[in-house]
Design a protein around this ligand. Sequence first.
Ligand code: FAD
Length: 501
Amino acid sequence: STATHWLFGDQLGPHFLTPGDPGPGPEAPVLMIEARSVLRRRRFHRAKAHLVLSAMRHRAAELGDRVTYVRAGTYREGLARAVGDAPVTVHHPTSRAALALLRTLPQVTVGPPRGFLVPPADFAAWADGHGGERLRQEDFYHWTRRGHDLLMDGDRPAGGQWNLDHDNRRPPPRGAATLGVPEPYRPREDEIDEQVRHDLDRWERDGEVSFVGRDGPRRFPATRAEALRALKRFVTHRLAGFGPYEDAMLAADPVMSHSLLSSSLNLGLLDPAECVERAEAAWRAGEAPLNSVEGFVRQIAGWREYVWQLYWYFGEEYRGSNALRHTAPLPEWWNELDPEGVRARCLATVLAQVRDTGWTHHIPRLMILGSHALQRGWDPRAVTDWFHRCFVDGYDWVMLPNVVGMSQYADGGRMTTKPYTSGGAYVNRMSDLCGACAYDPGRRVGEGACPYTAGYWAFMDRHRRRLEHNPRTGRAVRGLDRLTDLEELRRQERARGDGPP
Ligand code: FAD
């Protein structure tokens, strides 16, 4: 078709412009809209706002004369200004809000999503066939591996096992401050970044938008070329060590062997298929062991894909889920990403990472940040919004299942079989964060009591009724009855304010 093709800011790779029907014609003119309303609506991390604007403007520069790049107050305004009522095609957007907007625009034809492995209708058929409610990521992951012939030997999983996680849960190497693996790729800023920073400064000065966190230098890819370099560097130098320490944390080495590819995948600069195929090729060439390659493939073809599918499958009401009836607001120090008064070393360290980079790996997100919010009973909607705003890779679709479901158990177990939270003993085993801390992970009451250890038992106690019949938490709940200091713990936790722990 000769219709103009509209690219959203997370549809930036070449796979969003390969011709299709419905979809862009081979020479279709392209439209991009930088809508200020998006930045006004939420208080984003500045590094995230920078990354997204930089990536959009870089893409526009690459497309040259083919693109009309509009800066407008809203999408609707930008569209009217650029094309009036003329026909427009667009690929399925990644949020329900954007989809709802498109449905109000009669001139727009919405094509299927790109940048994911499984078409939504196929997922819906699979999910309906699996009972609809008791869905499990592991089953989905096997189905996707089969369907896409990923790490398969005929119809059996390569190496004989689907999941090599038991090789991938090691605590960090004893006494090591860093993992000592080759550095990840980091981009270099250019004039476009300078212009973006200048614009953000100006808008902030004018009081038009406000941000949290620190911006710069840009740490994540903004172009296809940069993203490919990041992927290549990861697969060639870092993938081999990805698996074993995937769940470990080191204070001085926040990245360890993680790929740092999430923002590039979520901006659409990389296609998940190319990432998993390259990882598999590295294993077939003998360049990386199966536990690492399988772990990485599971993150992308399993988790990322599953989260995307559930976002659409669960429906809009999922957003308001609050099975545990948690209603406390987020405290100021948390909203401001201010680690200064935080004495719990793990939380102070991770909060500083978020403030400085807008990124931490999955265990700090789940077991330090998310776990603290869950233990304190914070409103899951506010927690979801916070993750969305403060992480460079945060988008509505990825937030809802990960935060409402996985991290806050607000869906009452549709996404996971148990709430993810722990006492300080887990943090101590999986990191070097407790050693120099003011608190003792072994203490739950009194002077030096670890807020995670106390918080864990208080959480179990508060939700005893719900958790005692769950086979994965029943034993922990029964452990409450053996605590001789339970009354003291209750008093201590009731008296705790919302100041930094
Ligand atoms: P790696 O550890 O190298 O993993 C490889 C890739 O797998 C990632 O790049 C990512 O694309 C994918 N992946 C793995 N797990 C998930 C998952 N649960 N959901 C989606 N993709 C996954 N991921 C985001 O992309 N955006 C988010 O806003 C986000 N918020 C999260 C919030 C919470 C509370 C939790 C527990 C997890 C969240 N995740 C999110 C998932 C995961 O933490 C990040 O994808 C990962 O840490 C990004 O770093 P990486 O690229 O180095 O990942």
